[in-house]
Design a protein. Structure first.
Length: 181
């Protein structure tokens, strides 16, 4: 599957600008981690998984990570993409546990990129470029802030990767700085 094919599939099921932007943020974050973790030759694959991870969320929120498997299989999409995208719903909507390091990264950064994005919007600069770990940690502790971003999932993701929460947050900030203002 090419990036263009993945984008066409995503935009067939997603029209909301927020969802499309989130997909691209996760795509680029996944590409960054592919390079950083020594999977540079798989960067395109990691990116496609990031781009398609919420394929079904806009139209089928109650069947998130379930309906996407059906859609992708009907189109003959590689089973590795089907599994990887579905695994980010582990212990939420599906029992597909993230096994590969790429699946663990997706699981960990999906919610975290949303939380960091919310922190950035609150900053005077509205930029990730001057964002510090301590600023994210302060907002992270406030359960009412970006309440839709599950701290439990973020923490479980860090644990799966064998990283501290601070390490996960800092590495994700670093990733976002490579492609966002």
């Amino acid at each position: 599957m090419t990036r263009e094919e993945a984008w066409n599939l995503l935009t067939e099921y997603n029209k909301d600008a927020f969802h499309l932007e989130h997909a691209q943020i996760v795509e680029n974050t996944m590409r960054y981690f592919a390079r950083e973790l020594g999977y540079g030759e798989e960067e395109e694959f990691w990116g496609i998984v990031g781009l398609l991870h919420d394929l079904d969320f806009e139209q089928f929120p109650e069947e998130h990570c379930i309906k996407s498997q059906e859609i992708m299989r009907e189109r003959g999409i590689d089973e590795k993409i089907v599994r990887a995208t579905a695994s980010h719903g582990y212990a939420i909507t599906v029992d597909i546990k993230p096994d590969h390091e790429m699946e663990k990264v997706l699981y960990a950064v999906d919610e975290l990129t949303g939380l960091i994005g919310a922190v950035v919007l609150m900053r005077p600069s509205k930029s990730v470029q001057d964002l510090q770990l301590k600023s994210v940690k302060k907002k992270y502790k406030s359960k009412g802030f970006a309440a839709g971003c599950s701290r439990e999932v973020i923490e479980r993701g860090a644990e799966m990767l064998g990283w501290t929460l601070d390490e996960l947050i800092q590495r994700t900030i670093d990733a976002l700085k490579t492609f966002q203002e």
